[in-house]
Design a protein around this ligand. Structure first.
Ligand code: KIV
Length: 291
């Protein structure tokens, strides 16, 4: 049986929006979030296709209780750090709430800032009332847009909270319409967050641009996860769709405990971790009257 290589040798060099579009029906697309240089380097070295600097920054890095509380200054600051590490992946900046929903007139200018100041290849826009209008304007200016439908955390209070979306026929048809409208205006991909797997399959089959699922089952064209969730670095809450590939928190806690014990116990630093000085230089210092 043919087993595809884990290394994506089909993707030499920097990945483009065109490459992502070309992957539909060829192989599954991978997307992870990153918010800083060291983790972005690891994600990029692993040849993940898309790195999203998500506004989940608010929750998993900044300790805030809502993605609505993160703004352009924080998003640009972290995106710039990620960009310094990215050599391979397509870099997508997540437009925070106040960049386009507070005043849709600001959307284009803020999308340009993600591209010009933070070196992004594309931006992501969550569905809201004026989503099509805003996204159309951004796309017309030449900036690629990734859509995001289903559970849209920036407008969670308007869609019944942090719940699976599209569970009845009426709501499901609305999501299908949204996906088709986003495809029509020229989005290059769509995140489907927290929707039933069979609905995600239907949407994926109905549109020609890739779907990226997070809590949307296995039939999407690709998958996304928040890196702190899959590494076990965020334990305030864990959604059902998260798979922890490693649980780093206990390992980090153990290392910190060991450090504390060794410092208090005088075991650290030892000679191996210290710098020496020649005896003769030490003698000269000790012979100085001031010492
Ligand atoms: O902000 C984020 O991390 C996201 C992902 C859930 C897709 O939007």
């Amino acid at each position: 049986m043919f087993k595809p290589s884990l290394r994506h040798t089909d993707m030499e060099g920097k990945i483009t929006v065109k490459d992502i579009l070309g992957l539909k029906n060829k192989r599954k697309i991978t997307m992870l979030t990153a918010y800083d240089y060291p983790l972005a380097r690891l994600v990029d070295n692993a040849e993940i296709d898309i790195i999203l600097v998500g506004d989940s920054l608010a929750n998993v890095v900044l300790g805030l209780d809502s993605t609505k509380k993160v703004g352009m200054p924080e998003m640009l600051h972290h995106t710039k750090a990620v960009q310094r590490a990215v050599k391979h992946a397509l870099l997508v900046g997540d437009m925070p709430y106040d960049a386009y929903q507070l005043n849709p007139e600001d959307a284009l200018n803020n999308a340009k800032r993600f591209m010009e100041e933070a070196g992004c290849d594309a931006v992501k826009v969550e569905w809201f009332e004026q989503c099509l209008e805003v996204s159309r304007k951004v796309i017309k200016s030449g900036i690629p847009v990734m859509g995001h439908i289903g559970l849209t955390p920036q407008t969670a209070e308007k869609i019944g909270g942090f719940k699976v979306q599209g569970k009845d026929a009426e709501a499901a048809l609305r999501l299908i319409e949204q996906a088709q409208a986003l495809e029509k205006i020229g989005c290059f991909s769509i995140v489907l967050e927290c929707v039933p797997d069979k609905l995600a399959e239907l949407i994926t089959k109905k549109i020609t641009i890739p779907t990226l699922g997070i809590g949307a089952g296995k039939y999407c064209d690709g998958q996304a996860l928040v890196i702190h969730d899959m590494l076990g670095l965020f334990d305030r809450y864990t959604p059902k769709f998260v798979k922890k590939y490693v649980d780093l928190s206990p390992l980090i806690s153990k290392a910190i405990e060991e450090y504390k014990e060794e410092v208090v116990g005088g075991e650290f630093p030892d000679v191996k971790h210290s710098f020496g000085i020649k005896e003769e230089e030490l003698k000269k210092i000790l012979n100085e009257k001031t010492v």
